[in-house]
Design a protein around this ligand. Structure first.
Ligand code: ADP
Ligand code: MG
Length: 489
């Protein structure tokens, strides 16, 4: 979601159904990557922006009764009565503190301020995360911030890496065109502002924290994410003893204020060197999917903004760095070293790269056709609901191969991550559902520099998203994702 904006289109129906995002482990797990990241040092990289999180609901699959489960691992059973009270308090807190989204079922929602709001879907209690992963993810934030900046300055790398993609992906092609136009004007962005979110999952097979993607445009939920952490501290403040949880283990989440601070500082930097009333900072809440450009008018607007002297968040170059193709290119051997001098930093970045491959790698395409459940096939799209999983991977690969080589360039293959599941109370539409879930940790990063001076380079809060992990053999996921926070263990 956009910075500091309460997104009125965030109602459940706004989320595309989870596309077979099953996380059930294949029954006989064998490492399909003998020549790849899992057992070599050439681990991968991966990237992209995203604004929404995936959410779908299969109503009949959700038990209505509150669970006989106590957070924190105790065998003790919490009574339905107690849980109803906690849920009720959490719902009141949400309404009072603006943990709300637009209600699509209300036609006036989003049109009349203050009308048609429902609480955002949330997990009743924060999700446990070992401190070591938390530290690792937080320490990576400034490294990724710096990496994005470095890569954004290498125009040839961006243009060359995306040259094949652009032939088959018109949207990426248009973005590259704007980038080329700026190069022909020799346009330099002296003040550069990045508000990123790097997403991770912990792979239960390897116990590794792997990056899912890096968002460089419209990184969503700093506002609601901060609120959910507050909600959880409040719930644990009241009921922590009964739940066996301590509110001090929920880290502060200053995402919204730190992003706001970065925007304000960018404004100051711009105005320090100029007079008048020109637009100083442009924040893109949209512009990351083809749907945001229904006509040439939107493309002209994007070009106009890019041509202007305003600070762009993101600039076209930052936007391109966040594409999945660039994520995959950065994961190739020896590429990170071109952008990062410090060897420890290179190692730390590479450690979180899962397997990433382009589809011109015949060997990996064959492996993916053979064991599609161990891969995710990703097009150059952001915003959720675009990835391909399970047997659909095989079918799509066969189709793309039959159609000829170019179509393959629109996609990358990624090693599938299998997070460990746990039980959660997911609250949606005022109702609690007890589900087996998996979680994805997003770490926000803010970066601001003016020429050689780095003004901000920091980790700026976090977002936990939790979704139902179950799915049937057909791979159709049942359940929904909710906003969550972290419980450090
Ligand atoms: P988007 O730009 O659409 O957000 P992502 O790369 O973040 O693209 O993928 C969307 C969702 O798919 C993620 O939030 C995650 O739940 C799931 N996902 C993506 N990559 C993987 C992976 N390698 N293994 C398991 N799940 C994945
Ligand atoms: Mg994503």
């Amino acid at each position: 979601m956009g910075v500091g904006c309460s997104n009125l289109s965030l109602s459940p129906s706004a989320f595309p159904p989870l596309k077979a995002a099953t996380t059930s482990r294949p029954s006989r797990y064998t490492n399909p990557f003998p020549f790849s990241p899992l057992n070599s040092t050439s681990l991968q990289y991966h990237y992209c922006p995203c604004t929404s999180f995936t959410m779908s609901l299969a109503p009949s699959s959700i038990p209505s009764q509150l669970a006989a489960w106590k957070p924190g691992g105790s065998d003790e059973v919490l009574s339905d009565e107690f849980l109803e009270k906690v849920v009720s308090d959490a719902l009141v807190w949400s309404a009072l503190h603006g943990l709300v989204v637009g209600d699509r079922s209300n036609s006036r929602s989003g049109k009349v301020p203050g009308v048609g709001m429902v609480h955002a879907p949330f997990a009743l209690t924060p999700t446990p995360l070992p401190m070591s992963y938390w530290r690792q993810a937080c320490e990576l934030a400034p490294l990724f911030n710096e990496l994005v900046d470095r890569v954004s300055l290498d125009a040839d790398f961006l243009q060359n890496s995306l040259s094949r993609t652009k032939k088959v992906d018109e949207f990426t092609g248009r973005l590259l065109e704007i980038h080329l136009q700026m190069l022909s004007l020799d346009k330099k962005e002296e003040i550069r502002l990045g508000l990123h979110r790097s997403d991770y999952m912990v792979d239960s097979e390897t116990d590794m924290l792997y990056q899912i993607e890096l968002n460089t445009i419209s990184s969503s939920f700093p506002g609601l994410g901060s609120l959910v952490a507050d909600l959880h501290r409040n719930v644990l403040g009241h009921y922590g003893q009964d739940l066996g949880l301590d509110s001090r283990n929920v880290p502060e989440n200053p995402a919204v204020s730190q992003f706001a601070k970065a925007l304000a500082n960018a404004w100051s930097e711009y105005n320090a060197s100029r007079d008048g009333h020109s637009v100083s900072v442009v924040y893109f809440r949209a512009g990351y999917t083809p749907n945001d450009y229904p006509s040439e008018t939107e493309w002209r607007a994007r070009l106009l903004i890019e041509s202007s002297s305003a600070v762009k968040c993101p600039s076209i170059a930052y936007h391109l760095v966040g594409t999945k193709k660039i994520q995959q290119e950065l994961a190739k051997p020896d590429i990170l070293e071109r952008f990062v001098e410090n060897k420890d930093h290179v190692a730390a970045l590479r450690k979180c790269f899962a397997g990433l491959w382009s589809l011109d790698n015949d060997e990996i395409v064959r492996t993916a056709m053979d064991k599609p459940e161990l891969f995710v096939l990703k097009p150059q799209r952001e915003g959720g609901g675009n990835n391909i999983y399970g047997t659909d991977v095989r079918e799509m690969l066969i189709k793309l191969r039959n159609e000829g080589n170019d179509g393959l360039a629109a996609y990358i293959l990624m090693q599938r991550i299998f997070p460990k599941d746990s039980l959660s109370y997911l609250i949606r539409d005022g109702i609690s559902h007890t589900e087996k879930t998996i979680s994805e940790l997003g770490i926000y990063g803010a970066y601001l520099r003016n020429k050689d001076k780095v003004i901000i380079n920091e980790q700026s809060g976090y977002l936990m998203r939790t979704k139902v992990s179950s799915s049937n053999e057909g791979g159709v996921a049942a359940g929904f994702a909710v906003l969550d926070s972290v419980y450090l263990t």
